[in-house]
Design a protein. Structure first.
Length: 137
């Protein structure tokens, strides 16, 4: 961790943190208000963050992009017994979305090459689509 000559850890401003992470300062302040980022120390009224705050922001952005809610992200950062259950549920949800996206990608790739006016009438597509339906009891 960077240190100054006086033996104290170098802290960065919110503007610098925003620049490093590509996240607007308003989002950083929002995450602080909601308890997702530790409250930074203040010097002359300015927020000052430790360099590792950039790593936490990377985790926050990744979680948001994966579809986690603010409460789920907060729970992820805490040592609660429910944390593991929430993580397992999110992994299953992400896997379902990945499957749906893969199917959509396959459909679009096929539609680009298909000569049928309506993709649903394409025999090859219909054959693929039958594998997408849940098995009936």
């Amino acid at each position: 961790m960077p240190r100054t000559g006086e033996g104290t850890t170098v802290r960065i401003t919110i503007g610098r943190l925003a620049e490093i992470t590509g996240v607007p300062a308003s989002a950083i302040r929002f995450w602080e208000r909601h308890g997702l980022l530790p409250v930074p120390e203040r010097r002359s009224g300015q927020r000052r963050y430790p360099p590792e705050a950039a790593d936490r922001i990377t985790v926050l952005r990744t979680c948001q992009q994966a579809g986690l809610t603010l409460n789920e992200i907060r729970e992820l950062q805490e040592e609660r017994p429910r944390r593991a259950a929430m993580i397992r549920a999110k992994i299953a949800e992400i896997e379902e979305r990945r499957t749906a996206l893969t199917r959509a990608q396959e459909l679009m790739a096929h539609a680009l090459k298909c000569s049928e006016p309506d993709i649903v009438n394409c025999p090859k597509f219909r054959e693929e689509m039958t594998g997408w339906r849940p098995a009936s009891d």
